[in-house]
Design a protein around this ligand. Structure first.
Ligand code: TXA
Ligand code: MG
Length: 317
């Protein structure tokens, strides 16, 4: 439990332009007052994030969306009603209340209402929306525990500790066009879940590197060690000094460490455990990491997206 007095202090700090790390149901965020361009600039600086990669604005009430967007679309309201609070980010037209820097000068802004009590109380106490990327250095592993944030940002005054995150993988980022929805970044809400609310007219997952969302950049979630995908990349013959990210209970013995993400290949369980296991293996004395694959449907799409991004630079560069 995080005391309300601590949340109030952190909220005051936000109002003074400070940065606060907070839990959400997906991963921890590094938050700043979204209406304060200087505070938002500090987020980019601390994260070492390139200026072209826009931030998500976190709100505590769906009605707040109207304050920052000029867009009127019944489909947006449908999605918000269904999935908020929850791991869905809606990219909508931005009005000028939100400073340019929040969305890298794009005419859109990503918004979401997180399903986490500490996050919602922080936004309410600060009485301002929070621009927040995942609380990791650019290109590094996302944090699913307060300790992961502390490891990367020991200088932060406030890291609100909500324990391990419930979902473990980032929100699905979605935008709408005349025909249907476009998944800019696959995440915790699956295509099938979205299609239940909006008919599957021409839904597409954008797959052009960096063209729509920098979140689609190929190498993004990187552990510091080489990561190979079983069955896709050439794996060094000797795995006795390596770690295996396993999705089953059939664990081979020729690895130094085996991290079982789920003994039953359950995607929800794999998502919860993925980043935590990678953080541990980053610290472990292993030469490289091998990841098993899971089927790329449902949540498996987002999971394999994250694993591929972690593996990519080592396969192709
Ligand atoms: O679950 C989450 O989404 C977490 C928690 C903290 O809310 N946040 C998160 O933020 O993952 P970040 O900054 O690591 O990733 C946000 C993604 C990026 O890929 C960014 O490019 C995309 O959302 N995005 C944000 N605003 C956008 C916009 N206006 N147009 C296109 N993509 C946008
Ligand atoms: Mg991130």
């Amino acid at each position: 439990m995080v005391r309300q007095s601590l949340i109030n202090e952190a909220a005051d700090f936000i109002r003074q332009g400070g940065l606060v790390a907070f839990p959400t149901e997906t991963v921890y965020g590094l938050g700043a007052d979204a209406l304060n361009a200087r505070a938002v600039a500090a987020v980019y600086a601390l994260k070492e994030r390139p200026a072209f990669d826009p931030l998500i604005v976190h709100i505590s009430d769906p009605a707040m969306m109207q304050l920052y967007s000029t867009e009127k679309d019944e489909r947006l309201e449908l999605l918000a009603r269904h999935f908020w609070p929850g791991p869905l980010t809606l990219v909508v037209k931005r009005n000028k209340v939100i400073p340019d820097i929040v969305s890298s000068g794009l005419d859109s802004v990503g918004m979401r209402m997180p399903a986490n009590d500490i996050a919602l109380r922080l936004i309410d106490a600060a009485n301002t929306p929070l621009a927040a990327p995942s609380a990791n250095k650019f290109g590094k592993l996302s944090p699913t525990r307060a300790e992961h944030v502390r490891k990367q940002f020991p200088e932060l005054r406030y890291i609100l500790d909500g324990g391990g995150t419930r979902i473990g993988i980032e929100s699905t980022v979605v935008t709408l066009d005349e025909e249907g929805f476009i998944i800019i970044r696959p995440g915790a809400i699956t295509t099938a879940q979205l299609e239940k609310i909006l008919p599957p007219s021409s839904n597409k997952i954008i797959d052009k590197i960096g063209s729509v969302s920098p979140g689609m950049m190929k190498s993004h979630y990187s552990p510091d060690k080489h990561l190979y995908i079983l069955g896709e990349s050439q794996i060094p013959a000797d795995t006795t000094k390596a770690a295996l990210l396993s999705m089953t209970n059939q664990n081979p013995t020729n690895y130094k460490i085996v991290e079982v993400l789920s003994a039953t290949a359950d995607p929800d369980e794999i998502a919860v455990n993925l980043f935590g296991a990678l953080h541990r293996l980053e610290e472990a004395e292993v030469d490289f990491i091998v990841a098993e694959k899971i089927e790329e449907s449902g949540l498996g799409i987002a999971i394999m997206d994250r694993i591929r991004k972690a593996a990519w630079r080592h396969q192709y560069t």
